[in-house]
Design a protein around this ligand. Structure first.
Ligand SMILES: Cc1cc2nc3c(=O)[nH]c(=O)nc-3n(C[C@H](O)[C@H](O)[C@H](O)COP(=O)(O)OP(=O)(O)OC[C@H]3O[C@@H](n4cnc5c(N)ncnc54)[C@H](O)[C@@H]3O)c2cc1C
Length: 395
């Protein structure tokens, strides 16, 4: 009889990254358990809403190479799940081209696209207005359109990953919270609110709550949590459509002054389109403090930008919600990804991934975490993302 409390790999967190690990580990014959405190497909943590931005371009060359390595994995996932997950509606970045955020920088990203020979069109403010229907853009704004970018179907991805994990015999338990880990020379004891398990390796894919499990072991990651607004607006004109767009602007005294929006959703068209501010302000201390209600000032800032610059949208919100953005405290760092061997005693049995704008990397993150759990190494260059990489390495 198989022991129902003993596994090769236990994955803590069943969001997209945890499910990607569950699928890829079980597909390689690993006896795998994925645990999620809120249940699968929940929208209470770092994954809510229908779509995410897919892009190849990055200011940092190592991340740019990782997106190129991720694309074939998305194709494989799409083929196995028999559904399209990335919709190539294009990726339009514009604004003040020297503004530097942890999302990118237009001028520097264009230089890296030249180096890696990724096609794009460079556009002036007038051309952006003419092509995409924005108005009153400051004259010095410029940017680029990268046609291979677009939108990822979030719920389709989760369903695909869950289905594949299940198909390969992965054990999936929702509504069960991991309370503590005890790593030792042979593996890890995992204590939950229901029972105790034993695993050879543990993957921490629990996003905002990673420190709940690391801090008792003596290590705390520097992460910040922001409850960000998601806003759906009605379209005034059926014929006008957008690529994914992101406007980079100089920060104001009160916020980071960044906005983004999607065009018509290609997999479930509606008269609404989704937009959001990316305001890294007023961090909360803990995921459980998230209210699900956006800051009205943030919604107003977004809708007044839309009122001034996007005439084809009605700036009166039809729906609002929030999503928890989990970001490294140091804006030069994009993710925490690697073994915890130099972080906590017997951390060689613990792999962790947390924080950053990670949806576009979901199939790759699963592959890397499973590589690390099974062999301690990966062929992908993640040296700068290691949990113990120094600040100098991020420069
Ligand atoms: C507004 C917004 C816009 C974004 N836009 C983009 C984008 O355009 N492109 C992009 O690539 N990324 C984007 N991101 C980031 C992306 O959405 C996240 O990186 C990704 O969804 C996080 O997935 P995850 O699996 O790491 O974490 P989560 O989805 O947060 O999953 C973690 C899971 O762990 C579970 N959990 C926590 N603690 C425990 C415990 N102790 N025991 C058991 N289970 C536990 C939780 O219930 C949760 O289900 C955006 C994020 C936000 C907020």
């Amino acid at each position: 009889m198989t022991d129902s409390t003993s596994f090769d790999i236990i994955v803590v967190g069943g969001g997209p990254v945890g499910l990607s690990c569950g699928w890829q580990a079980s597909a390689q014959g690993q006896r795998t358990l994925v645990l999620d405190r809120h249940g699968f497909f929940n929208e209470q943590c770092g994954t809510s809403g229908a779509e995410r931005h897919w892009r190849l371009q990055y200011t940092q060359e190592d991340l740019f190479r990782l997106t190129l390595e991720t694309l074939p994995l998305w194709r494989r996932l799409e083929s196995l799940a028999e559904r399209k997950l990335i919709h190539h509606i294009g990726s339009l970045w514009f604004g003040d081209i020297e503004v530097d955020t942890n999302e990118g920088q237009i001028a520097e990203t264009a230089r890296v696209m030249d180096k890696l020979e990724l096609r794009y069109d460079w556009l002036t403010a007038k051309e952006i207005e003419r092509r995409y229907g924005f108005t009153n853009l400051p004259k010095h704004y410029a940017g680029f359109m990268q046609p291979d970018g677009g939108a990822i179907d979030v719920r389709g991805t989760l369903a695909a990953l869950y289905g594949l994990a299940q198909q390969h015999g992965c054990h999936l338990r929702g509504g069960e919270r991991v309370l503590g880990l005890t790593p030792d020379a042979d593996g890890v004891t995992v204590r939950t609110d229901r029972t105790t398990y034993r695993a050879a390796k543990v993957v921490l894919a629990n996003g905002a709550e990673v420190n709940h499990l690391l801090t008792p072991l003596g290590a705390t990651l520097d992460i910040k949590l922001y409850e960000m607004a998601l806003v759906s607006l009605p379209r005034r004109d059926e014929d006008v459509d957008f690529p994914f767009w992101f406007v980079f602007q100089q920060p104001t005294e009160e916020d980071t002054n960044l906005f983004y929006g999607f065009g018509r959703n290609p997999w479930s068209p509606s008269e609404l389109v989704r937009l959001g501010p990316v305001f890294e302000v007023n961090p909360i201390d803990d995921a459980d403090q998230a209210t699900g209600v956006p800051d009205p000032r943030h919604v107003r800032r977004l809708t007044s930008w839309v009122g001034e610059h996007v005439p084809s949208l009605d700036p009166t919100p039809a729906q609002t919600s929030t999503c928890l953005a989990v970001l490294p405290g140091d804006p030069r760092r994009q993710f925490y990804l690697g073994l915890a061997d130099k972080l906590v005693p017997h951390g060689e049995h613990i792999v962790l991934y947390s924080s950053g704008w990670g949806f576009k990397f979901v199939p790759l993150l699963g592959e890397i975490c499973v590589d690390l759990a099974m062999s301690g190494t990966t062929k992908h260059d993640i040296s700068r993302l290691s949990p113990t990489a120094t600040q100098e390495a991020q420069q």
